[in-house]
Design a protein around this ligand. Structure first.
Ligand SMILES: NC(=O)N[C@@H](O)C(=O)O
Ligand code: NI
Length: 162
């Protein structure tokens, strides 16, 4: 019997141990452009150890639910931000570290317009769009080395709505 992970709504508080929730909410930090734009300033902790920041574009296939979660990964040398280029919500799966492998995963569904920045070395599922097109701008480390650790579960989880 596979263990199920229930998808919960994304909140900044719940995601805080794993990364930054990027959203325009509340009062902007700055009003710019002659009062025509609110700037939500410097909202992510970026880290590109012995590398540099890069912006890449991902065109990812959508996934359907329930999802079999058989692998999680992390990037020991850098943070990784996923900024949707559509209004579509997407699935964010993270886990605490448990002795060098993922602990119990958590699954979140973003709200339209939200993005995430995984902090350096945080276990996460790979990009998982739920609606097409799965278009994302990704800000992560460009540098030497694989910057990737994968963990394949002996007993995959099933990620599903509540
Ligand atoms: N491999 C790659 O660039 N993407 C993954 O790191 C991911 O988190 O989707
Ligand atoms: Ni990744």
């Amino acid at each position: 019997m596979r263990q199920t992970i229930q998808i919960q709504p994304m909140t900044a508080t719940a995601f805080a141990p794993f990364g930054d929730l990027l959203e325009v909410s509340g009062t902007p930090d700055k009003i710019i452009n002659q009062g025509l734009c609110g700037r939500f300033h410097d909202r992510a902790r970026l880290d590109f150890h012995e590398g540099r920041a890069g912006i890449s574009l991902f065109n990812a296939e959508t996934r359907s639910l329930p999802l079999t979660l058989d692998m999680m990964e992390r990037h020991p040398d850098g943070s990784q931000a996923f900024l949707p280029m559509t209004e579509h919500p997407f699935l964010v799966i993270v886990a605490p570290d448990a002795g060098g492998k993922p602990g119990l995963p958590l699954a979140f569904r973003t709200a339209p317009g939200q993005g995430v920045n995984y902090h350096r070395n945080v276990w996460h599922g790979v990009l998982t769009p739920l609606q097409s097109p799965g278009l994302f701008a990704v800000v992560d480390r460009i540098g030497e080395g694989p910057n990737l650790q994968e963990y394949w579960f002996d007993h995959p989880y099933v990620v599903q709505d509540q």
